[in-house]
Design a protein around this ligand. Structure first.
Ligand SMILES: [Zn+2]
Length: 387
C-alpha cells in the first residue's frame, strides 16, 4: 500500500484521546503481521486501549525506535470544509483530515516502508512504537517504554518521535503539566464580604500569585535561549466560580499549565505554590474554619527533552534529515519520556505544528514524500551502521 492509501485507512478511525483505540491499533497490528513481523500489544489495565511495538531486523544493540501516537484531538466546534475522518484530496497538493499532520502521516510512512525495511535486512534493528492517549497528557508512553525495555534482550539506542516539525530536527522540548486548583470558601450575602471568605476573591489572588511567580522565575533564573519564549511559563486558562453578583462564592476552580525549561523544576514551583496556599489556609481559617485550597495534577508531568548536540542521535538525524538547524519547542510530546527511558531522542516528522489541532488540518503531499525520503535514508544508515 502507498503512504496515501494507508493514511486514508488511518484517518477513517475517529479515535480521540481518551477513546478506545483498539480498532486502529488492531488494523495496524494486522497490517504489520501480514509481513510476518511479530507485534506485541501493551494494553491498559481495563483492556480497552493498547499501544504496540515490534522489531524489524536483528536482536542487536544500537537500533532505533520510530514513535507515533494513534489518537487525535476532537473536531467539535470547528468549521471543517470536508469530513474530518475521510482523507480528502482537493487537488491543491494537500491531504485534509483530522490527524493527517498530527501524526498519522508519520505512522503511514513507517507502515508503507515496512517491506523496504524488511528487504534491506538492516544491521541494526528498527522498532515501531505506537501509543494512545497522547493528546490528553502523553499517558501511555511511559508504560510503552518500560515494556519495550522488558521485551527485547538487546538495547535500542535511539528514539525518533515523528511529531510534525516540517522534518526539522528538534532536540529540546519544555516539560509540561496541567493543574486544577479548587478553593473552598464560605457562601453568604455579598454585603457580608468582610465576615465571609469569597472563593472567587481568594482564587483570583492565587492566579496573581502564579503570575508573579512566573515573573520572578524570569528575573532570577537562568534563561534557555533555545526556546521561544526562553523561560518557564505559567498560565491560567480556565476560571470558574460564583453564582450571582450578590452572592459570596463558596467555590472557585481554575486550571493552569506550567511549561518548564529543563533547568527549572516543576516540583520546586509546585512546592512554593503549595506552601503559599497552606499559609493562606492558616490565615483564613479564623474567618471560616473550612477554608481549603486543593491542587491536583490533571496528568503526570510530561517530562522535558534535552538532547545534547554531541550525542550520536544528533549526527544521525542531521544525516537523514539534511538539517543541522536544531530547534526547541514548547508543545508536549512523548520525546522526553523516551529520553527518560534511556534512548537518545529527537523529534522530527512531516507536516507543520501550525496545522495540528486546527479545522481543515492537512499534510502537504510534498512533506509525505520528503518524510519517506528521510526514512529511506534512515534504513540505509541502519544497514551500514557501525555504532
Ligand atoms: Zn501529536
Amino acid at each position: 500500500m502507498t503512504t496515501e492509501q494507508i493514511l486514508e485507512k488511518l484517518i477513517a478511525f475517529p479515535v480521540l484521546g481518551g477513546d478506545s483505540n483498539l480498532t486502529i491499533i488492531n488494523w495496524i497490528k494486522e497490517y504489520i503481521e501480514s509481513f510476518q513481523i511479530k507485534v506485541t500489544l501493551v494494553p491498559n489495565e481495563e483492556g480497552t486501549k493498547a499501544s504496540l511495538h515490534c522489531r524489524i531486523g536483528p536482536a542487536v544493540d544500537g537500533g532505533i525506535i520510530l514513535s507515533g501516537h494513534t489518537d487525535v484531538v476532537p473536531v467539535t466546534g470547528q468549521a471543517w470544509d470536508t469530513d474530518p475522518f475521510q482523507l480528502t484530496d482537493k487537488g491543491d497538493g494537500k491531504l485534509y483530515g483530522r490527524g493527517s499532520c498530527d501524526m498519522k502521516g508519520f505512522i503511514a510512512i513507517c507502515l508503507h516502508l515496512l517491506p523496504t525495511m524488511i528487504e534491506a535486512k538492516p544491521a541494526k534493528p528498527i522498532y515501531f512504537a505506537f501509543s494512545y492517549d497522547e493528546e490528553i497528557g502523553c499517558l501511555s508512553a511511559p508504560d510503552l517504554v518500560k515494556h519495550i525495555k522488558k521485551t527485547y534482550p538487546e538495547k535500542p539506542k535511539y528514539a525518533l518521535i515523528g511529531e510534525p516539525s516540517m522534518l526539522q530536527p528538534i532536540l529540546a522540548q519544555k516539560g509540561i503539566i496541567v493543574f486544577v486548583t479548587q478553593v473552598n470558601g464560605s457562601a453568604g450575602h455579598s454585603s457580608r464580604i468582610k465576615q465571609q471568605v469569597s472563593a472567587v476573591h481568594e482564587a483570583s489572588r492565587l492566579v496573581l500569585w502564579l503570575e508573579t511567580k512566573m515573573n520572578t522565575l524570569i528575573e532570577t533564573n537562568k534563561k534557555d535561549a533555545r526556546f521561544e519564549p526562553p523561560h518557564t511559563t505559567i498560565h491560567v486558562g480556565q476560571f470558574n466560580g460564583g453564582i450571582a453578583p450578590n452572592v459570596i462564592a463558596d467555590k472557585a476552580t481554575f486550571s493552569w499549565d506550567l511549561r518548564t525549561i529543563p533547568t527549572d523544576s516543576v516540583d520546586a514551583i509546585l512546592k512554593d505554590f503549595k506552601q503559599h496556599c497552606e499559609q493562606r489556609e492558616v490565615e483564613l481559617t479564623s474567618v471560616f474554619s473550612d477554608f481549603r485550597i486543593k491542587t491536583v495534577a490533571k496528568h503526570p508531568e510530561v517530562v522535558h527533552l534535552d538532547t545534547h548536540h554531541d550525542k550520536d542521535i544528533a549526527s544521525l538525524i542531521q544525516t537523514i534529515s539534511g538539517s543541522s538547524n536544531f530547534k526547541a519547542v514548547s508543545f508536549a510530546s512523548e520525546a522526553g519520556q523516551f529520553a527518560q527511558g534511556g534512548f537518545e531522542s529527537v523529534i522530527c516528522g512531516p507536516g507543520s505544528i501550525a496545522q495540528a489541532h486546527t479545522a481543515n488540518e492537512f499534510i502537504a503531499k510534498e512533506q509525505l514524500q520528503k518524510g519517506e525520503a528521510m526514512l529511506k535514508k534512515l534504513i540505509q544508515e541502519m544497514s551500514t551502521s557501525q555504532s
